[in-house]
Ligand binder design. Structure first.
Ligand SMILES: Nc1ncnc2c1ncn2[C@@H]1O[C@H](COP(=O)(O)OP(=O)(O)OP(=O)(O)O)[C@@H](O)[C@H]1O
Length: 358
């Protein structure tokens, strides 16, 4: 047994924080997403301590989104402002003023939050929006994806850096346990807000969170689930690279053909070359093309799998010399029309839907 368990409860040292924030040392401005909860209050405190030890380094802008969903939210935003002031950071509170949906509040709030954070970051000229996602959040995300039967890309869960709403989203605390952030706050004497929504069994995430101790007792602790995510990420990166290569190969074949004959709007795959690729690569190429050409993406994995199955069956009729079922197919998905004739798989924009009676 390693000493990992006890280390998981130690405050984060200045040297560790230096390593965590090193990738941002040359940024001009960083936007810190701070809700007032323990994780993001620790993020703000750690980032401020790191910044204070450097001569140059980024300006830190802490942003709190007040979703206006709980009576305490205004007070929590003020609490963040106060700590930001003590730490010498600029702080902004942004309010979600749009229409609130009757159902699906967490998802709508998340979309609004990231849009507001991205806008604030853009206005400030920030290189990144930095969130306080921890290893525990990563484990919950993995669990959620497992329960939905996600593929390798989904099981990779959250990346340390990703792109969203046109900005880079960074998660420097992703490998740390929440317990370490709590220990950091405790040793620094910093108060934080407690959001009861995090325990509300009406929502999926809190229900999964409640399962965590039972899963950990069976070995599926946050560390193990995060390791699964890292392994899936590694595999996914390799598959994506293979898909890039296959995509270039098919594009070269298509370019050679369209110089002889115009292919029209959209994209084209050579059926035999496509059929020879592994299923996972065929699926990704199909999804990429639908997302590029279609207007209603991103395409759902399950729907793309069903379409690929049909395509594969039809292709088999062509590639075995045309003895099986006559090979044609036409299907729209996510605003793209996927069609297969003997000589080409074409992905083109779907024609506008006809309204009833037209
Ligand atoms: N109201 C808020 N204002 C500013 N930042 C926030 C707010 N809520 C969350 N964040 C940021 O997002 C991080 C993740 O928060 P949380 O786990 O609550 O998000 P979520 O709703 O589960 O969705 P996701 O994990 O996709 O962001 C926090 O650590 C914090 O950095």
């Amino acid at each position: 047994m390693s000493t990992g368990q006890s280390e998981d409860h130690l405050p984060i040292s200045a040297a560790e924080a230096e390593r965590l924030f090193a990738p941002f040392a040359d940024s001009g401005v960083l936007t810190l997403a701070v809700s007032g909860g323990p994780d993001s209050m620790a993020l703000m405190w750690l980032a401020a301590r790191w910044r204070a030890t450097r001569a140059g380094g980024p300006r830190l802008l802490a942003v709190t989104v007040d979703h206006g969903l709980r009576p305490e939210s205004r007070r929590e935003a003020l609490m963040v402002k106060q700590l930001a002031r003590q730490l010498g950071l600029t702080h902004r509170t942004l309010r979600w003023s749009g229409e609130k949906p009757a159902a699906g509040i967490p998802e709508a709030a998340r979309i609004a939050r990231y849009r507001l954070l991205a806008r604030a970051a853009e206005q400030a000229g920030a290189s990144h929006v930095v969130t306080a996602h921890t290893r525990d959040d990563q484990a919950e995300t993995v669990l959620m994806r497992l329960l939905r039967g996600s593929g390798i890309a989904g099981l990779a869960a959250m990346a340390p850096v990703s792109r969203r709403d046109g900005l880079l989203l960074a998660r420097p605390l992703l490998s740390l346990s929440k317990a370490r952030l709590l220990a950091t706050l405790r040793s620094a004497g910093i108060a934080f807000a407690d959001d009861p929504t995090n325990r509300d069994p009406a929502f999926t995430r809190p229900r999964l969170r409640a399962l965590m101790p039972t899963l950990a007792a069976e070995g599926a602790d946050p560390r193990t689930l995060a390791t699964l995510a890292n392994r899936a990420r590694r595999a996914n990166a390799a598959i994506e690279l293979m898909a890039d290569g296959a995509e270039r190969y098919l594009a070269l074949l298509a370019a050679g053909r369209s110089s002889k004959r115009r292919g029209g709007e959209g994209e084209m795959f050579d059926p035999r070359a496509f059929a020879a690729l592994p299923a996972e690569i065929r699926l990704r190429l199909l999804m990429r093309a639908i997302d590029r050409v279609g207007t209603e993406g991103p395409v759902e994995l399950g729907k793309a799998e069903a379409l690929l199955e049909r395509l594969d069956r039809t292709l088999a009729g062509i590639t075995d010399g045309g003895t099986a079922e006559r090979g044609t197919l036409k299907q729209t998905l996510a605003g793209a029309l996927v069609s297969l004739a003997k000589d080409a798989i074409r992905i083109s924009p779907a024609p506008p839907r006809r309204r009833r009676g037209e």
